[in-house]
Design a protein around this ligand. Sequence first.
Ligand code: PGA
Length: 264
Amino acid sequence: MPERLFYFGTNFKMHQTPEVSARFYRDLAATVQPGDGVQRFMIPPVTSLAAVAAIARADDPDIWIGAQNMHWKDEGAFTGEISAPMLTALGADLVLLGHAERRRHALEQDAELNLKVLAGFRAGLRVLLCVGETAEERSYDVSEETVRRQLKIGLHGLEPADASRLLIGYEPVWSIGEGGTPASPEHVAPVVTAIRDCLRQVLGTAEEHVAVLYGGSVTPGNAAGFVTVPGIDGLFVGRSAWTVDGYHQTLQAGLRARNVGSRD
Ligand code: PGA
């Protein structure tokens, strides 16, 4: 059986000018070893996408670029919004949906995210849907129930044929960003099992084509523990990967652990 790809990406949130994003992308491209089994991606602010896509078109280093959000309608009277076809026209490969900061600050709900997921696939994008429980949900011991609900609603109506363009990011809300507490692999493992189980319910055997990534205060020091959780295909990293050096080191730490694990 061919080795599964390892996915590694970062979300720059509301940071970077187009110049900074383009420099990052160019410097990152220089670290890519073709055929290393890694699918890299970066998600800059939407204002940087055109600049990064221009380099991607010219050099084709096989690093996906993505947007941090979009609207579910293809067009219409939605001032300030951006649609999936607009993102593909800009050169985006991927759209991030349901990040915890959007759920919290923009009050995004699962049913609305479901419309966005379907719109993303319709436009030919890959979709990275984030799920994860809040600290309060964790305190009631409903982490697994929470991600199941988010997935069942968020992926409602999905076709099994879309599975190979779907990525799920498991990001416990309490572990993300400044002030986040890194989760333990012991906490992550049963939730990832629940995610895989739920994906099988929704997509049948096509579940195996879905990449499940872990994110939340991942560092070069703790990446190994998450990568070796069964069912995890990669890492979705914020702060630790905001320099090319940090990106490379966190990725390498994950890869080393994965290669050791797969020899066992
Ligand atoms: P962090 O961010 O790695 O800085 O915790 C993760 C995220 O927000 O997805």
